[in-house]
Design a protein around this ligand. Structure first.
Ligand SMILES: [Zn+2]
Length: 751
């Protein structure tokens, strides 16, 4: 296990198979796909230099010079590890030798970053843009919470960042923040209508003072827009703090009258469309985030998810299954279009959905995910999950999320490997080529992806294909049984500079009947569980009639019968190597998780859970699949406990971390003592300490820098065996059910 964590520290990558099957047939027998979870801009170890120049590239395949390239110092030639092309070093590399290596050839710098200095001086670094889109169809109390949440972050926005504001209800209001002493002006759009980019240009008076260019696209200052007309809506934070705060202070509930039997008219789709058009007109190509604050379901105009009549319920998973959600497909289509537009412009959509009702996260998912946006779901804008997560976005220093923009992710491999696609927050750039597999998964059919928004923990899941057939000339290859992978990420660092991160990996491949032990030795079961989690979620969303339980069970049985140790037809002889010993538990818990048992949740919640898992790293995703449980008792201190009812005891405290929620359960005796106030009496100091320890640990998880999302924290649930705790029944199993599952597995695996 630790060696996989070491690999992750060095290269930000986790692979289920770290020794690879050498042929297509053998890869198919591995059941879990050849794949990698890669975190493109995970912070590098402090010792890694940032190179102030551009990388050397292979003239043939464009891959980047790396420690695996073969260098001939006498002739000053390097051989590309991917296409074997012989490249000459340029003039400024002439002094290199065995003991005078450039950093990119050091064996330990398989991951390294370039920040060429000449391209753009720091003073001209492009500022980030934050465009707030604020729902006003809420009760006054919620508006108050949202107002205070926003005011709190306004002071945290970097001074040179540009800020804009739209508020909406029945109508969509674009606020002029740069009114320079004049009366503040608001541009109002009818939320029920579809608005085009031309209408935005027209109505907002971008060409008041001069004629509009007759032809061509209008986008940004270069295409004829004046800086003055742009800075009416997008202003440096330092210049508009006052204006922004005064608009927020005046923020009121949407005045449109709402009959008692109706939902408020909320034109979410139109508001987001206008925001996208405005950014496309004013700042195309530079890093910008639309941050949408939604307090209820979209009911007006394009993007509606439900009618206004309260008698009609919001779509459920059952409705979606039966194709009985009349608004769903139309809304998804709108947001697919919006996603395409935002990806083209290089802009991000973040959604903060805070309501008891669903707001339409399931429909919005495509636009958030393809642009690499953040998503937060909570019941109220007053909830700490919302307030603290929002604040995290703007924190700097050690707590910095490392929000970056305008990323492009590219891959290169040895010729026997192809890419099927990527599951995660990105959009295909449709760059087809020899490295693309015939089959496509997620964002596939390409070797390049756009990542409009990415941060330190954004993690992509790459699914590969081994294409070498059996009987091909294995012997000639055997001289070098390594597969090479290169991941290149260009992005605008939060400091405004463009950077290139290059990660080059080498993995040994094996082939033939004697290879099973080698494959097992390289198996990372946590990475495998997370790949299965992303894959099963993707299949559930895209394949009609897909049966996730059957698929997971079949996969696990095949995996165990291929890699387990047993005598045929003898279940009791079945043994799994420690390398695979936890995978049955992971699959057992994945089957019962919110990613698979969707009927326990709303479509918005399912979309939310999946979006979070689809962007998180392996460690955080494992906790989502199989929550961690820590037990506290008088004589044993804190220790990990099994996730089953046997762990519950009257005199114990349990701390459950499922990533989305963190709960401290008090056993019944503990709860009684606590109620009686023993912890306040000096002679029960030990009890007070016992009560405090899980709270401290819960607080540490809650405030963890390794997570963007703040968990829902319930610091004092009482576990009572008569009345199960909410959510407890899905998280806690009883010993028996896993035992039965495990018995079945052994019986089927040995057949
Ligand atoms: Zn090459």
């Amino acid at each position: 296990m630790t060696e996989f964590l070491d690999l992750e520290t060095q290269d930000a990558v986790r692979m289920p198979w770290n020794v690879l099957p050498g042929t297509k047939q053998e890869a198919a027998q591995c059941v879990i796909p050849i794949s990698a979870i890669y975190t493109p801009i995970k912070p590098l170890p402090n010792t890694t230099p940032l190179l102030p120049y551009s990388p050397l590239r292979c003239r043939n395949c464009r891959s980047v010079l790396n420690p695996f390239s073969i260098v001939d110092f006498s002739t000053k030639i390097w051989i590309c590890s991917f296409c074997l092309h012989r490249n000459h070093f340029p003039h400024h590399y002439q002094s290199i030798s065995d003991d005078n290596l450039p950093a990119e050839l050091f064996p330990q710098y398989t991951t390294i970053e370039y920040e060429p200095q000449n391209e753009r001086p720091t003073s001209q670094a492009i500022p980030q843009v934050f465009f707030f889109v604020v729902d006003t169809c809420m009760i006054e109390e919620e508006i108050g919470f949202l107002r205070s949440g926003l005011s709190r972050v306004i002071g945290e926005i970097p001074e040179n960042s540009l800020v804009g504001l739209i508020t909406f209800g029945r109508y969509v209001c674009v606020h002029e923040l740069g009114f320079f002493g004049r009366v503040p002006k608001v541009y109002v759009f009818n939320g029920a209508k579809e608005i085009t980019k031309d209408q935005v240009l027209e109505q907002m008076g971008f060409f008041l003072k001069k004629p509009r260019p007759a032809t061509g696209v209008v986008a940004g200052v270069r295409d004829g827009l004046s800086q003055e007309s742009i800075s009416r809506f997008l202003l440096p934070a330092a210049d508009c703090e006052f204006a922004l705060n005064s608009v927020l202070d005046e923020l009121q509930k949407d005045p449109w009258p709402v009959p008692a039997d109706q939902r408020a008219p909320r034109s979410t789709g139109t508001a987001l469309t206008i925001a996208a058009h405005l950014l496309g007109v004013c700042v195309p190509g530079s890093g910008a985030r639309i941050m949408a604050f939604l307090g209820g379901p979209a009911t007006e105009g394009p993007g509606s998810i439900v009618s206004k009549a309260l008698s009609e319920p919001i779509r459920s998973h059952k409705d979606l299954d039966k194709d009985a959600a009349p608004f769903f497909n139309k809304a998804v289509k709108l947001y697919e279009g919006l996603a395409k537009q935002l990806v083209h412009q290089g802009h991000v959509l973040d959604v903060f959905a805070c309501a008891l009702d669903q707001v339409g996260v399931a429909e919005l998912k495509v636009a958030v995910e393809k642009t690499g946006g953040l998503v937060v779901l909570a019941e109220s804008f007053g909830h700490s999950v919302f307030k603290d997560s929002l604040l995290r976005v703007f924190q700097s220093g050690d707590n910095d999320l490392g929000l970056s923009s305008n990323g492009i992710f590219e891959v290169n491999f040895s010729k026997d490997i192809k890419i099927q696609g990527v599951l995660g927050p990105c959009a295909s750039l449709e760059k087809k080529g020899a490295l693309c597999s015939d089959t496509s998964v997620g964002q596939g059919g390409t070797t390049a992806w756009k990542m409009c928004g990415l941060d330190k923990s954004t993690s992509l899941c790459l699914i590969f294909d081994i294409v070498k057939k059996e009987n091909s000339d294995v012997i000639s290859q055997a001289a070098n049984n390594q597969f090479y992978f290169q991941f290149l990420t260009y992005y605008q660092h939060s400091n405004g500079q463009m950077r290139l991160r290059a990660t080059t990996l080498s993995r040994r491949w094996v082939t033939g009947p004697g290879n099973v032990q080698d494959l097992i030795a390289g198996f990372d079961q946590e990475a495998a569980a997370v790949v299965m989690g992303r894959l099963v979620s993707f299949k559930m969303e895209t394949e009609a009639e897909f049966d996730p339980i059957r698929w997971l069970d079949k996969s696990l049985i095949h995996l165990c019968s291929r890699f387990g140790d047993y005598q045929k037809d003898s279940p009791s002889s079945f043994v799994l190597s420690p390398r695979l010993s936890i995978i049955p538990q992971f699959v057992f818990n994945l089957r019962r998780s919110q990613f698979v048992q969707v009927f326990n949740n709303s479509p918005d919640e399912t979309a939310y859970f999946r979006m979070v898992m689809n962007r998180e790293n392996v460690a955080n995703s494992v906790v989502m699949i199989q929550p961690s449980l820590i037990s506290y008792a008088f004589n044993s201190g804190a220790e990990p406990a099994l996730l089953d009812v046997a762990s519950i005891a009257a005199d114990r405290i349990l701390l459950l971390d499922s990533y989305f929620t963190v709960v401290v359960f008090h056993g019944s005796t503990i709860a009684q003592w606590r109620k009686a106030g023993y912890q306040n009496e000096p002679e029960h100091k030990v009890f007070a300490q016992l009560l405090q320890a899980p709270l401290d640990d819960a607080e540490a998880i809650h405030g963890s820098q390794a997570r963007f999302l703040l968990a829902k924290l319930n610091p004092s649930a009482t576990y009572n065996s008569d009345a199960p705790t909410p959510g407890g029944d899905i998280l806690f199993t009883d010993d028996v059910s896993f035992e039965i599952f495990s018995d079945h597995l052994q019986r089927l695996a040995v057949q």
